[in-house]
Design a protein around this ligand. Structure first.
Ligand code: PMP
Length: 433
């Protein structure tokens, strides 16, 4: 047998064979080979606290999930056009979790697919094409989900290359946007109303509005009070549909709420989910009202070979069972509060911390060079992430200025791990980075 390549040869192989635009963490990444709960282990057995992995909601290598997947693989995994119990049970569970009226489910394989399908549903149902979205947003990589993605951190050309059916609206960023504080909804809604009026004037109508109900990509910032309710009203008055992208913020991560849209007291027309619902297994879904779902028939059948396969549905069901049985939403709330309190306490000693955003286990620590001018501390944030890696913590920046730590660990995070993260950040800030 040929000898296996060593670590540096493997990294060279990856660099040589992987297409360059594919994102990766760290210039010199640790070679991660195992996971357990909120911990990752590299090839040398070094342990890291995984504070960034919002995909692995339950924690890494969950034994109950592993057993369920292995068992289902040993029985059946197939093209999702067949009928089997897991697809019926999982679709029913999702419809039960969603607000009343949202009773129809499409199963897909990722968040990008879910958002793409949601946009296609809005097009098919309204017969219109124009979509409103927010600035500083990310919704996926497929053609339609990418079109409504405006984050310049993900694509520096995003603002000059959107198709003409995409109408980005000022980010209601209550920390650093043009209007500050939780009561700024009216000010932010002026831009949204103007965009809608200019679509009205052209006479080609609006298909919908897509937004994260908590500003995930900007670092977990809450939208201003009442923003979505009034935005949804304005869009619906014109016959458009409102899409809530719950790919990051939904499914219990916020602690207090299972769904992000509950924090804004709204019910969307279409909800998209992925990431945490599969604990890393490729799984996504669109949940909507029957009449919206059925309007897609005008465009022919919908079919995704692996979307909603027996294994995927068993994964989805088991993830929901574990979330419930291990009370992970409650844990997100309790440990999230503890973590946030620890981070806020650091603010007194470290002026670089401008704000601690978020709730539950979706938090963002925003670094600024000056608390008045809010000058983004972009280089410092990158250096802090590198230093945290030395200290045994996986952490990455987010937001248009890449100056916010995106804190979204597995929901099984132990209180001791939350404390470890606060102490590691304190050390990085104390020692310099
Ligand atoms: N929506 C949001 C809010 C996301 O954060 C992401 C992924 N970062 C997506 C959609 C796309 O999901 P996926 O990577 O599963 O295609």
């Amino acid at each position: 047998e040929a000898p296996r390549p060593d670590a540096s040869a493997l990294l060279s192989l990856r660099n040589a064979r992987f297409a360059k635009p594919q994102k990766h963490y760290y210039e010199t990444p640790p070679q991660i080979e195992r996971g357990w709960r909120e911990f990752l282990f590299d090839m040398h057995g070094r342990c890291y606290l995984d504070m960034v992995n919002n995909v692995t909601t339950l924690g890494h290598a969950h034994p109950r999930l592993t057993t369920a997947i292995a068992h289902q693989w040993s029985l059946l995994n197939t093209n999702s056009r067949f009928h089997y119990s897991a697809v019926a049970e999982f679709s029913e569970r999702l419809a039960t979790l969603a607000p009343e009226g949202l009773d129809c489910v499409f199963l897909v394989n990722s968040g990008s697919e879910a958002n793409d399908l949601a946009i296609r549903l809005a097009w098919a149902h309204t017969g219109k094409k124009n979509m409103l979205c927010l600035l500083e947003a990310y919704h996926g990589w497929t053609v339609a989900s990418d079109a409504v993605s405006t984050s310049i951190a993900d694509n520096p050309q995003a603002l000059t290359t959107r198709p003409d059916w995409v109408h980005p609206v000022i980010s209601p960023n209550t920390y650093r946007g043009p209007f500050r504080g939780p009561d700024s909804a009216s000010d932010y809604l002026v831009d949204l109303t103007e965009k809608l009026q200019s679509i009205d004037e052209k006479g080609d109508g609006v298909a919908g509005f897509i937004a994260e109900p908590v500003y995930g990509n900007a670092g977990g910032i809450a939208l201003p009070h009442g923003y979505l309710a009034r935005a949804y009203d304005a869009v619906r008055q014109r016959g458009g549909l409102c899409i809530a992208d719950e790919v990051q913020v939904g499914y219990g991560r916020l602690g207090e709420h299972f769904w992000g849209f509950e924090s804004q007291d709204v019910v969307p027309d279409i909800v998209t989910i992925a990431k945490g619902m599969g604990n890393g297994h490729p799984l996504g879904a669109v949940i909507t009202r029957r009449e919206i779902a059925e309007s897609l028939e005008r465009e022919g059948y919908f079919f995704s070979s692996a979307g909603g396969s027996p294994v995927s549905c068993v994964v989805g069901l088991t993830v929901l069972d574990i979330l419930r049985d291990e009370k992970l939403q409650e844990n997100a709330s309790v440990v999230g509060d503890r973590l946030k309190a620890g981070l806020i306490e650091l603010m007194d000693r470290f002026p670089l911390i401008g704000a601690v955003h978020g709730t539950g286990l979706y938090l963002g620590v925003e670094f600024v060079r000056d608390r008045e001018a809010l000058t983004p501390a972009t280089e410092e944030t990158a250096a802090i992430c590198e230093r945290l890696l030395d200290l045994g913590v996986i952490m990455q920046p987010t937001g248009d200025h890449l100056n916010v730590l995106k804190i979204k660990p597995p929901l099984c995070l132990a209180p001791e791990s939350a404390d470890f993260f606060v102490r590691a950040l304190e050390k990085a800030l104390q020692d310099g980075f």
